[in-house]
Design a protein around this ligand. Structure first.
Ligand SMILES: Nc1nc2c(ncn2[C@@H]2O[C@H](COP(=O)(O)OP(=O)(O)OP(=O)(O)O)[C@@H](O)[C@H]2O)c(=O)[nH]1
Ligand SMILES: [K+]
Ligand SMILES: [Mg+2]
Length: 364
């Protein structure tokens, strides 16, 4: 039996099996098997040549965004609208056949936007150029899932399922489970909170499915069997995702309002250039980008040339992004902005900066 057949057999069995206390272990085991076969599918084929010409685009800029969606939702139209790159758009499906990179220039940052072929149900199993597209998505900092606002909601669920099935986790934090394979000693299983979804027996069964008999497992949250499998496989990527509903020029204002209120969602019309500013603002937010300005003593801040950094970075990162020896030479920094109580405030290397802060670095 081929892997695809095995996968479909297990999927059928999971669908057949009623979910209750008595079938919990059986289901957990089936899920572990399913995840194992799926990750085998993802391994590059030995035949070679299916990497796909035109998909090896060099990463560049401050962040990378992959455009994922069904055919003809308007991905290429968006790329041509937001960047200086032109990507052919047409009313027929599969107009785009390779990966086309463009650059969004926004608030001083260069955000690489990748236009990709449309994907369809079954993409993860190799339908169309699905596998190449998904491989590119894994390298992105954010998935921009483009949807046609005139099409039914199920389209979004189908795409999510495709990405989910190849280990891409959208808008979901990494499970808080410590896991380490050991040379001996059996299974040491602990938790820091009450577990309602798994117990030691189930954890052990799942580990055995992966031929792991000695390991240390510590649940730091009430995680599920699926979470544990994700941690064991260790090849999952956790990405922020924005759902962008295009073609709102074709639907009623009530419908637009309803969609816009859904979590992680932005409504736009590429053709009519509606709401694209808000899309960029949200993109910036979801990429966790911040801009920090430097200032020399006695001079105004350099507002034309900000440093593009990620949320959560410290003065140490600021130093590194200017010069690698700067952090060691720093005496202290003065910061004006929302990250401090007073403006300016004297801070050290460990101080976390925020968007639009002004920083003056004082050397020893
Ligand atoms: N009404 C309307 N049509 C749009 C909008 N944006 C794009 N379209 C149309 O939708 C069709 C498909 O656009 P593309 O940009 O080629 O879509 P795509 O997602 O890149 O398609 P593939 O590359 O084939 O997957 C074109 O006829 C566009 O003119 C919009 O905001 N409103
Ligand atoms: K098209
Ligand atoms: Mg296209």
């Amino acid at each position: 039996m081929g892997i695809l057949e095995k996968i479909s057999e297990i999927e059928k069995e999971i669908a057949r099996t009623q979910k209750n206390k008595a079938t919990e272990y059986h289901l957990g085991l089936l899920k572990a098997k399913l995840a194992k076969y799926r990750s085998q599918l993802l391994e590059p084929s030995k035949k070679g040549g299916d990497k796909g010409e035109g998909f090896d685009v060099l990463k560049s800029g401050d962040a990378r965004v992959a455009l994922i969606g069904f055919p003809s939702v308007g991905k290429s139209t968006l790329l041509s609208t937001l960047t200086h790159t032109h990507s052919e758009a047409a009313s027929y499906e599969f107009t785009t056949l390779t990966c086309i990179p463009g650059v969004i220039e926004y608030r001083g940052a260069n955000i690489q936007l990748l236009d990709l072929p449309g994907i369809i149900e079954g993409a993860a199993q190799g339908k169309g150029r699905g596998r190449q597209v998904i491989a590119v998505a894994r390298t992105a900092d954010l998935v921009l899932m483009m949807l046609d606002a005139t099409k039914p909601y199920v389209h979004r669920q189908l795409l999510e399922k495709e990405l989910e099935s190849v280990g891409i986790r959208l808008n979901k934090p990494k499970p808080n489970i410590y896991f380490k394979v050991k040379k001996g000693g059996g299974l040491s299983f602990n938790s820091t909170c009450q577990l309602t979804k798994v117990d030691e027996k189930l954890v052990q069964m799942i580990l055995h499915e992966y031929k792991i008999f000695n390991a240390e497992v510590l649940f730091r949250e009430d995680a599920t069997a699926d979470d544990l499998i994700d941690v064991i496989l260790a090849n999952r990527v956790y990405l922020p995702c924005l759902y962008v509903y295009n073609k709102i020029d074709q639907i009623s204002i009530q419908e637009v309002d309803r969609i816009a209120r859904q979590p992680h969602s932005v409504v736009v019309s590429c053709n009519m250039k509606l709401n694209l500013d808000f899309l960029l603002e949200t993109l910036w937010e979801y990429l966790s980008l911040i801009r920090v300005y430097t200032k020399k003593p006695g001079q105004p801040p350099d507002f034309d040339d900000g440093l593009i950094l990620r949320k959560g970075v410290t003065i140490e990162h600021v130093c590194h992004s200017i010069h690698r020896t700067l952090a060691a030479a720093l005496k202290y920094a003065l910061v004006w902005g929302t990250s401090t109580k007073y403006s300016p405030q004297r801070v050290g290397l460990g101080h976390t900066v925020q968007d639009e802060d002004v920083v003056q670095l004082i050397k020893k």
